[in-house]
Every structure is written in structure tokens, then in C-alpha cells.
Design a protein. Structure first.
Length: 134
């Protein structure tokens, strides 16, 4: 019984000296280091906070006025509507609004293309379905 008590005492003493400073005293914590280079702005790694694509994007044409409407997107701060003379183009309109409606009067081409996307602090979400209209 005496031997096991002595072995336990030696083990505790050995562990205690392994956890202390090199001189057998208490270890002193060091200050955190500061990186020497800046990484700059970071792309969000959590893309789950990006807004969804606006749904139910539609246009009503009355004379030369086109009124666009879409469903609100949860978490959206604003919406960008883009109108162009060809699919995917934004050569006529590329503007933002906080509303879920946008009226446009203009253009004299026979066919136009439009889409809308939502934006928040995480970035821009995907485009809605593109509309083709006259």
C-alpha cells in the first residue's frame, strides 16, 4: 500500500512540473500576436443569409407605361430592377428600389427583357425569372 501511494505522489509531482514554467515556477501567459498583413474585405462564407430570388415577377403594360410587380423577399433591404434590349442586358434600366413595384415609361423597341433581384447586408441574391415584353 505504501508503494502505490509513493508512486501516485511521484506521478502528481511529475505532472505538476510538466505544467509549470521551465524554471519550475508558474507559467506566464503570453500576449496575443497581431497579424502583420490585412486580408481586406472578405466574401461572406455563409451564403445562407443571401436573399432569395423574387418570385411572381410580372409586368402590366398600359400604353407606354410598364408596371413591374413581384413578391417581397424575406430579409431584403432593397431590389434592383434591370431592363435591357436583349436577354440578360441592363442597358436601359439598372436601378434600385425598396418597393416591390416599379413603373417605367420609355423605349421604342419591339421587345424588352427585365429581371429583378434582392439585396441585403450579405450581398445580392439570384435574379428572378426574366420577363420578355413589348
Amino acid at each position: 500500500m505504501m508503494r502505490s501511494g509513493l508512486a501516485l505522489t511521484l506521478l502528481v509531482a511529475a505532472l505538476g512540473s510538466a505544467c509549470s514554467g521551465s524554471d519550475g515556477g508558474t507559467a506566464t501567459p503570453t500576449s496575443p500576436t497581431t497579424p502583420t498583413t490585412s486580408a481586406g474585405p472578405q466574401t461572406p462564407t455563409n451564403t445562407s443569409c443571401l436573399p432569395a430570388a423574387p418570385s411572381n415577377f410580372r409586368v402590366t403594360v398600359t400604353g407606354s407605361t410598364r408596371v413591374f410587380n413581384w413578391n417581397a423577399v424575406s430579409g431584403a433591404q432593397d431590389y434592383f430592377i434591370q431592363i435591357g434590349n436583349s436577354s440578360g442586358a441592363k442597358d436601359l434600366i439598372d436601378t434600385n428600389t425598396t418597393q416591390t413595384t416599379y413603373a417605367w415609361t420609355g423605349g421604342n423597341a419591339s421587345t424588352y427583357y427585365a429581371r429583378v433581384y434582392a439585396r441585403n447586408s450579405c450581398g445580392s441574391g439570384p435574379n428572378s425569372t426574366e420577363l420578355t415584353f413589348n
